[in-house]
Design a protein around this ligand. Structure first.
Ligand code: ZN
Ligand code: ZN
Length: 267
């Protein structure tokens, strides 16, 4: 007899449900939604990474040539900033090669680790550097809702995947660094469900933040946004579904916990 499905919180409202995104379930990842309405609410973000070939592993976009050129320029500067120095050191330590050589192997399929060990981590690192280079005006424009991305949307309808992945990458590369220090970071990220699940959850948070920035006084939208962050924190604290104690220790220290407390100013 098949086991009774265990209800899990809806990704939008937190109500316990056994309904899941069917396309993602068939791809091997469980994302819970209590209703079609709540699935639709996050669809502009989720459709980019929903179903077989996209959901598991999470379809991380390859870096653009212009992205790579921009970080190369950062490393080229003769008066290397502390950002450039620590970036170079991290690239060389992770990629086991000079930084320039690492950047030559960074394009294409993010999960192809044959030419470059820790490629998904390194891609996250590059994105988080690009996000930092974007300057305080972008970050200021995004706050107080750190994950809100509507500000960069011309028509305020679409989901700005660049900004979302910049934010996700910052959190994810911090997480990878902590897990690596604890020697529990796998080399094959495509098999690590938590790595994909974390990115799905961050995309949902970004989309829910976008809805809040459109309707700042909408009580329900605010509750969804805050709830999604709190549930993601709880998921991090509980070990990201790995059942490993070390994951909960590290997950619990993650930036997202901190950011929820620091960046959310009362309206
Ligand atoms: Zn719901
Ligand atoms: Zn899906």
């Amino acid at each position: 007899m098949p086991a009774e499905p265990v209800p899990q919180p809806c990704e939008v409202c937190g109500v316990e449900t056994t309904s899941k995104c069917a396309a993602c379930e068939s791809a091997g990842i469980s994302l819970f939604f209590c209703s079609r309405d709540h699935q639709k609410l996050v669809w502009p973000a989720h459709k980019l990474v929903c179903g077989p070939g996209k959901a598991l592993p999470f379809a991380m976009l390859p870096l653009l040539d212009s992205d790579i050129a921009q970080v190369k320029k950062l490393l080229d500067k003769s008066s290397a900033s502390s950002l450039a120095k620590s970036f170079r050191a991290a690239l060389e330590e992770l990629g086991q090669a000079p930084a320039e050589a690492v950047l030559e192997s960074i394009n294409g399929d993010v999960y192809d680790i044959r030419r470059l060990p820790h490629k998904p981590f390194i891609v996250c690192l590059v994105r988080s550097i690009l996000w930092q280079l974007a300057g305080p005006e972008v970050v200021d424009a995004v706050g107080p809702h750190l994950y809100s991305i509507a500000v960069n949307d011309e028509d305020r309808k679409t989901f700005n995947v660049d900004v979302a992945s910049g934010l996700c990458a910052s959190l994810l590369s911090g997480m990878c660094a902590d897990l690596r220090r604890a020697r529990v970071l796998p080399l094959d990220y495509s098999r690590a469900t938590w790595f994909s699940l974390f990115q799905h959850k961050l995309f949902f948070i970004c989309r829910l933040g976008q809805l809040v920035s459109r309707r700042p006084h909408d009580v329900e939208a605010n509750a969804h946004y805050r709830g999604a962050k709190e549930r993601t924190n709880a998921w991090l604290w509980s070990g990201m579904g790995t059942g490993e104690a070390i994951f909960s220790t590290i997950g619990g220290k993650s930036q997202i916990v901190h950011e929820v407390e620091t960046y959310e100013r009362p309206q």
